[in-house]
Design a binder for this molecule. Structure first.
Ligand SMILES: [Zn+2]
Length: 77
């Protein structure tokens, strides 16, 4: 079992289950979600879906992963 490092927040809310950032972003296309404040239903289409976009375009052109911030002390400039 891998450690949970983070959650895809929108996917977690829309799919109503934890979606770890260590997993590929899931398809949200075809899912209807009700706005948390307005209650208005919204149906995600392919153009709203990051997974569909990734499949069509091959994903981001850079593979640079975010890095942890550097530790700095008060004397550093
Ligand atoms: Zn999709």
């Amino acid at each position: 079992m891998t450690a949970l490092v983070g959650l895809w927040l929108v996917a977690t809310e829309v799919l109503r289950r934890p979606v770890a950032t260590s997993d590929p972003y899931p398809h949200l296309c075809g899912v209807t979600h009700h706005g948390t404040r307005s209650g208005t239903p919204y149906r995600y289409s392919g153009r709203d879906c990051a997974a569909c976009h990734h499949q069509l375009t091959g994903g981001p052109k850079t593979s640079a992963a975010p890095t942890a911030p550097k530790m700095r002390t008060i004397g550093d400039t």
